[in-house]
Ligand binder design. Sequence first.
Ligand code: MLT
Length: 407
Amino acid sequence: MIRINENYTKLKASYLFSDIAKRVSAYVAANPSKAVIRLGIGDVTEPLPPVCVEAMHAATDEMAKRATFKGYGPEQGYAFLREAIAQHDYTARGCKIEADEIFVSDGSKCDCGNIQEIFAQDIRLAIPDPVYPVYLDTNVMAGRTGGNVDGRYEGVTYLDSTPANGYVPAIPSVATDLIYLCFPNNPTGAVATRAQLTAWVEYARKNKAVILFDSAYEAYIRNPDIPHSIYEIEGARDVAIEFRSFSKTAGFTGTRCAYTVVPKSVVAYDNAGNAHPLHALWNRRHTTKFNGVAYPIQKAAAAIFTDAGKQQTKALTDFYLANAKLIREAVNQLGFTCIGGDNAPYIWINTGRDSWEFFDTLLNQAQVVCTPGAGFGKCGEGHVRISAFNSRENVETALARIAKALK
Ligand code: MLT
């Protein structure tokens, strides 16, 4: 008799953003005349930078001719893209990352979700709360947690991010083996200082642990003192894997391109205590289960590293950050405290109210979609996340509607 992976029964019925999408669709079906503005899921709205479009067109033309046509590419990504990433995202910031330590993929969501399979079943997890649900859910699916008791999975060390710690979790007092960190943070928009990241790297080194560092939103950092990469921290090359994406940097949410950095010096241990480079394991996994990102997409991604590409992506992230500033100001005027939005495209609002109820209020009375904080974890209760990804006109309209609804 075929049987299911019973770990799936421990999960909430549906993924957070699918759940929200279902509720919004039901509202739209019942209220067809009301125009809903979506500031929930962090999905970009502005078109791709012109350099990316030009590069994609040129690459498509290459695919149209026998002489330049390409079939399967290298699973890890074409050298032109891996070399550009190593040079512009790492060497330029003083980080020692080689092109062959970069694995190009079709998204950080997939990489963050898939990476856990190269680790043992019985490792100890440290996961932030609130958190991007992928980190937690994929470990639940893999059977690394117990059941969900009062909104928390047994066996996980939760890293609480609360108003009391400025939404940057403290180092746990217990040893853990696999630590998920995301800065600039999704969902809170909080950033970590060099000193805070240094403490995490020291903790990981002391405990022979590995940090999974999600820096999908690094392009939004404007404070020059905030590190963009975990590899700006000394010693991180031995204990950290980093995830980056072109989605929020250059509008690739629909186009799909991202990368994961696995330095050859990061190791994990077998039962006998022998060290194994994770680079070899991830390479094995990647080449077995993935066949590479489409050539025109990789060409488009590489174009962002040209001078024009850098200017155009900066203009794009500046545009969303200007939306974020408007949202922050409006939220403060309504009397709420919030963080994020200055070095991140998300604004995390401390509403002090039940977060799904607040979500329903905004949807029903302002036709604005936000993300309820409770969907990101227990510490998210009392908060909602507003995304700055939308047109200026929609953001302004949404803010006026929210002000009217809450007054
Ligand atoms: C979010 O809204 O948290 C993100 O868009 C989700 C993602 O990047 O997968």
